[in-house]
Design a protein around this ligand. Sequence first.
Ligand code: GLC
Ligand code: CA
Length: 540
Amino acid sequence: MLDFTKKDWWKQAVVYQIYPKSFQDSNGDGIGDLPGILSRLDYLQTLGVDALWLSPVFASPQADNGYDISDYRAIDPLFGDMEDMRTLIREARRRGIVILLDLVLNHTSDQHRWFLQARQSRDNPYHDYYIWRDGEPGTPPNGMTATFGGPAWTWVPEIGQYYFHQFAPQQPDLNWANPKVRQELYEMIRAWIDEGVGGFRLDVIDQIGKDPDLEVTGNGPRLHEFLRELAASTWAGRNLVTVGEAWGADIPRARLYSAPDGSEMSMVFQFEQMVLDQGKTKWEPRPFALPALKKSIERWQQGLHGQGWNSLFWNNHDLPRIVSRWGDDGAARADSAKAWAVALHGLQGTPYIYQGEELGMTNAPYPLADYRDIESRNAYEEMRAAGKTDAEAMQALHRMARDNARTPMQWTAGENAGFTTGTPWMRVNPNHTAINAEAELADPDSVFATYRALIALRKSHPVVVEGDFTLLCPDDKQVFAYLRRGAGQLLLVAVNLSGETAEFALPVAFAGTRPLLATQGAPRPGVLRPWEGLIYCRDL
Ligand code: GLC
Ligand code: CA
């Protein structure tokens, strides 16, 4: 168990992300909920994770599955109530697990009482909580577009103004330049800290310093000023873990975000690795090349060593499943899932596991009618309008849609994968008959067992937390291998990230030693089998 009162405890932690809608339903309405999560704490404790990041469970009309909050201080009745949250926080703590809440501070729902007031008149006290510009119907203030399609400005005829929204029209952006907005948010965060949460994930936090007149959203002029004020007014000095989502982060910016003095956050999610196979938009593929991924990881590992902190992830609720994306979700599914796990969990930083990743869950290539996400639906329409055929648009969705990650958790081979006794809000992946937690818990050789072993290894070998990073064979197109040195130990991670046998000579420092972890039994000299992953460690 980690000591959560210790400074920087999160450097040793492994975080598990829960997408509450799809994790476990407890009352048969087909929607996952807080009592459902409570009922699965033993499973999470068996896995060995230290913190649970819950995607938003606050009151919300669910236009973007909770990323449109209408009341930051209430739990959405879909998920339970405040008492359920208190019970979850308490029961998780008993098992050495803290709860992290997902704060969406860049925007609210258009049903938030602030926005309902704000849109009533220009002199309503809440008007200035949002970003308004004068204009004429049909001629928005500028050409900025929203992430989920269409213009970033929506006209409100009653008051003759446009409001700004980086995402859907149901997600108006808050005006962070207004100190009242900031103070209200800080107060709300302090109230959650008093409830005993272990920290926060901060949604699209790199957008809060925006200047729409300059057409700047990410990394805006006042971003770090606001972040420092936010930290100082809330979590600073309280041993919480905070992770900001920052698509626009580069290494110098990440050093600010995760400055060791704690003036901003513990760490950020940056996406440099996760966009390497994307073209202009995520719907347009670009070939994936392992050497480019390795170079990028090397830069971040070395760039933040001693100067910040990395978060490590292949998956979340916005990304397709790693095993389908860069692994093999056919015959080599389990092996390739383990390989990507080993590749990540030997790195320096805090690893995040997205629900079902520890089982090797796959993408869900459903027909459009079985997809639920506002982004998937809008993207389909936009691709069709731009001249793509139905087959082309569906292929793009099957590859990249966020829905791929949002299918219900696969607990059992039984009906609805044990997720619900009712009708699931989103179709269960039919492969749950083969891929499910029950089967994997019973199999010492499962993907789950590998994740469990990797988490334990991070706890037992300080080099994993503290060591520096040296990339081996940078140009090799199949093998990802690296050394970690620190805390009196030398660690070697070697993974074949391809479906063909690869040559690999064990560095002499490890000659004659046996691996600490091997995903396919005893290694063969001179080679790595397809998707094989190995970790060695020796004292220095
Ligand atoms: C973040 C969330 C995503 C959401 C968006 C708008 O990127 O991860 O799910 O749609 O912000 O809040
Ligand atoms: Ca439910």
